[in-house]
Structure formats: structure tokens, C-alpha cells
Design a protein around this ligand. Structure first.
Ligand code: ADE
Ligand code: ZN
Length: 358
């Protein structure tokens, strides 16, 4: 492991943008299909992986919804969640706010209870086994109508004490946040926190709508906000957290390569960016891999990595005391590393050395 990888692995961090259905590995897809006696349209794990060549968000979503069809029982959801937590425990992850898409499951006949109970029991076991805390966010599918989102909110009522917030995901273009104005208002009135995917493929106007109409507490992605200087100013002034997903953006062709990723520019502009995996089984990397993939091409300094880690906790739906404990753990880690790091100065840029221009 390089010194940078060691530094990243030990840095306490949170994940705020993770679709649990997007952590379904091809091997698990086959295992769940087998135990639920379902046929898959793939002959092998290699065939599944070969299908993961996406040109845009919709390409991915088509295969992602198909994959989720193997999840049938509470045990499946429990096992899926636990496997994810086991994986990110090794990445220095201390807290996760995970999305799930109930409509993907209720629309194929599963009772609402199956996904939510399975996930909650997996989350409880992850806290006992790995010490990782977590919160659950229910996402509405934006390609469906607002009545369907209302029906989902109603179905969730018995679990609202265990659900922290609502989100908005699926096909962004053509489905602006304003389509869900009433259901987000209703969610807010029930004490739920609000987040929305905006500016992944959609224009800056969708980010404005998420802020002004949905009254979100965080923006998921937010890449295209950088096209609008007034919006950048607003996001920075409000300290709005952006849950950025580098490998997702690469796989879905939101960026051509990671050296061109806006993460560094976001930090330079004073935006509160965080690093996340989105759908790690589909995009080639869990939380730690996103950090390790983005840092060198963007030349992120150790100080910037520390800022990103701190943003992940201050942007989480933790109490101030909980967030403060994580920030103190980061500070203690940085001090410990200073004592042992062979690299002088925590401000060292991580970009690979380039030959000087002639
Ligand atoms: N559902 C799962 N991953 C998503 C993404 N990156 N954007 C929108 N919806 C999603
Ligand atoms: Zn997402």
C-alpha cells in the first residue's frame, strides 16, 4: 500500500450517498437468485460484469432495477446490507446514511416491510459487529408520478421513527424536483430530512428547485451547479453539503476522466463537497476506492482530504455532539500520522509528479 492509501484507509470518514441496491455484487446476484429459485438473463458472473458498460445514467438504471429483482426476503436485504458494511469497515468508514428504493420492490409485489425490516436489522448488526452507525433514507423514484411517491410515504408510516429522511433518485432528465413539491413538503411536516439527486445529468435549474421548492438539507451529486456562478455562491453561503461520487461520474460519463472531475474545483470554490460511492458494485469501487481513485489525478492535498472527511460528518444527520466526536477522531488521527508519516507535511499534494514544462 502506498503512503497515500494508508493515510486514506485510516482517516475516519462517513458515506452519505450509497444506494444499498447498488452494492449488489454479481456473485450475490447469483447467490440470491439461486436461493430464491429465480432465473437470471446472464450465464455467469463474467457476463454480468461485461454488461456494466454504461453510456449514461439510464443505461445503468435499466440494469440496476433488473438486478434488484433477486432481492426477495428480509434475509436478502439483511445480508446485502451486512456485506456492504463489512466492506466499508475496511475503508475507515464510521457512519453511513444509506438510500433504498422501496418502489423498486413494492412494484414487483414485495410488501413494504420486507426491504425496510431487512435493512434495519442489517444496520443494527453492523453497529454491533463493526461499530459503524447508520441512518436510512427512503428514495422516491422520480420517473414515477407524485401519487406513487405519496403512496410510498403512506406505506412507510409505521417505520417513520426508524427512517431519517427522504431522497429523490432515478432518471433525472425530464423529471425536475418541482414534480415532487407536495410530497417533499409532506415529508418535511412529518419531521423527515430531505435530500435530492440534482445536477448529475440535469441542469443547474434542477439544483435551484431542489433548494427552493424541495427545501433539501443536502444535494446529491450537484456537479452541474458549477455552470451557474450565482448558484455556486448560494451553495457556498449556505454551507450546503454536496454528496459527490467520482467513480460513478466516470462510469456514467458525467466526466471523461478523473483529472477533469469537479471535486477539487468545488473545494476551491468553498463548496462543502464529500466523497461517496453511489452504486459501488456497478461503478468499480467502494468508498475507499473512490477516495484513492480521485486524490492523485486531482492533486488533492492531505489538508483537502481531511476537509473532505470532516465535511462527511458535519454534512451527516448526526447530532452536534456525535459530529464533534468524529471531528476530534480525525484531528487525533492527523496528529498521530504526523508522528509516523515518512512524508513531511500533511499539506503534501498527492498528484503524481509531472515533468517540468520546457
Ligand atoms: N439510483 C441509483 N443510483 C443512482 C444515480 N447515480 N442517479 C440517480 N438514481 C440512482
Ligand atoms: Zn445516487
Amino acid at each position: 500500500m502506498t503512503d497515500l492509501s494508508v493515510f486514506i484507509a485510516g482517516l475516519p470518514k462517513a458515506e452519505l450517498h450509497l444506494h444499498i441496491e447498488g452494492s449488489l455484487e454479481p456473485e450475490q446476484m447469483f447467490a440470491f437468485a439461486r436461493r430464491n429459485r429465480l432465473a437470471l438473463p446472464f450465464a455467469s458472473v463474467e457476463d454480468v460484469r461485461a454488461a456494466y458498460a454504461f453510456s449514461n445514467l439510464q443505461d445503468f438504471l435499466d440494469i440496476y432495477y433488473q438486478g434488484a429483482g433477486v432481492l426477495m426476503t428480509e434475509q436478502d436485504f439483511h445480508d446485502l446490507a451486512l456485506a456492504y458494511f463489512r466492506r466499508v469497515a475496511a475503508d475507515g468508514c464510521r457512519h453511513v446514511e444509506l438510500f433504498f428504493d422501496p418502489q423498486t420492490h413494492t412494484d414487483r409485489g414485495l410488501p413494504f416491510r420486507v426491504a425496510v425490516e431487512g435493512l434495519l436489522s442489517g444496520m443494527a448488526e453492523a453497529q454491533r459487529s463493526f461499530g459503524i452507525t447508520s441512518k436510512l433514507i427512503l428514495c422516491f423514484l422520480r420517473h414515477l408520478d407524485e401519487d406513487a411517491a405519496f403512496a410510498t410515504l403512506k406505506a412507510a408510516e409505521p417505520w417513520l421513527d426508524a427512517i431519517t429522511g427522504v431522497g429523490l433518485d432515478s432518471s433525472e432528465l425530464g423529471h425536475p424536483p418541482s414534480k415532487f413539491a407536495r410530497v417533499f413538503k409532506a415529508a418535511g411536516e412529518r419531521g423527515l430530512r430531505r435530500v435530492a439527486h440534482a445536477g448529475e445529468e440535469g441542469p443547474p435549474a434542477y439544483v435551484w428547485e431542489a433548494l427552493d421548492i424541495l427545501k433539501v438539507d443536502r444535494i446529491d451529486h450537484g456537479n452541474r451547479a458549477l455552470e451557474d456562478a450565482a448558484l455556486v455562491k448560494r451553495l457556498a453561503a449556505e454551507g450546503m453539503t454536496l454528496t459527490v461520487c467520482p467513480l460513478s461520474n466516470l462510469k456514467l460519463r458525467v466526466v471523461d476522466d478523473l483529472a477533469a472531475h469537479p471535486l477539487k474545483r468545488m473545494l476551491d470554490l468553498g463548496l462543502k463537497a464529500t466523497v461517496n460511492s453511489d452504486d459501488p458494485a456497478y461503478f468499480g469501487g467502494y468508498l475507499g476506492e473512490n477516495w484513492r481513485a480521485a486524490a492523485p489525478p486531482l492533486g488533492l492535498t492531505r489538508a483537502e482530504l481531511v476537509t473532505l472527511a470532516k465535511n462527511s460528518f458535519t454534512g451527516a444527520f448526526l447530532t452536534p455532539a456525535e459530529a464533534a466526536a468524529h471531528l476530534a477522531a480525525i484531528d487525533a488521527y492527523v496528529i498521530r500520522r504526523r508522528g509516523s508519516s515518512p512524508v513531511p507535511g500533511e499539506g503534501t499534494a498527492t498528484r503524481a509528479a509531472r515533468p517540468a514544462p520546457r
